[in-house]
Write a protein that binds this ligand. Structure first.
Ligand code: MN3
Length: 212
């Protein structure tokens, strides 16, 4: 995900969804996707661009490079870049890790084997990931990540990124209430259950084979 030229100015842009707003129905509804992408995601991008006006040389880097080493960001804008840069990057990543629902949706390729050998089976992974996702306190993200040596399940608060921990994200679920409140209200367990038929395991496998 690179920053691009928009209106003659180099800045970060909110990528379009890689599918229609209703593509994830009935698991994630069209209205939630509109608000989540067009409002929440777009606002993170806008606020990231505002923050970076104080350090334009950061536009020479992509967002992954920035989040991987926040010490290169001036202290005065570091919290804004950590929060809004994280929000900008994580949402783009999240859209790509989903696709139209499939029956018996399961991990693919080398990642399928790695999940089996690391967690015992896909069923066990699903159980562990779901428990971690449900346990996020307040707002945050649940991740399948590569820690440099192995696959791990981890959670990050707010918009903190696995990249800032030296990890590479493979797959993720947004646990902020804005991701599910319109359809599921307080029923986070149902939202986490609804994620499994719409995971884009082909993309997750790409992330795995490129980063391991
Ligand atoms: Mn979100």
């Amino acid at each position: 995900m690179n920053n691009k030229i928009s209106n003659g100015l180099k800045q970060f842009i909110t990528p379009d969804l890689p599918y229609a707003y209703d593509a994830l129905e009935p698991y994630i509804d069209e209205t939630t996707m509109h608000i989540h992408h067009d409002k929440h995601h777009a606002t993170y991008t806008t606020n990231l661009n505002k923050a970076i006006e104080a350090q334009p040389d950061l536009l020479e880097k992509n967002i992954e490079e920035i989040l991987s080493d926040l010490s290169q960001v001036k202290e005065e804008i570091r919290p804004a870049v950590r929060n809004h840069g994280g929000g900008h990057y994580h949402h783009g990543f999240f859209w790509e890790i989903m696709r139209a629902p499939r029956d018996n949706n399961r991990p693919e390729g080398e990642l399928a084997q790695a999940i089996d050998s690391t967690f015992g089976s896909f069923e066990k992974f699903k159980e562990d990931f779901s428990k971690m996702a449900v346990s996020v306190f307040g707002s945050g993200w649940c991740w399948l990540s590569w820690d440099g040596q192995k696959l791990i399940i981890e959670k990050t608060p707010n918009q903190d990124s696995p990249l800032s921990l030296g990890h590479r994200p493979i797959m993720t679920l947004d646990i902020w209430e804005h991701a599910y409140y319109l359809k599921y209200q307080n029923r986070r367990v149902e939202f986490v259950e609804a994620f499994w038929p719409i995971i884009n395991w082909a993309k997750a496998n790409d992330n795995y084979t490129k980063n391991k």
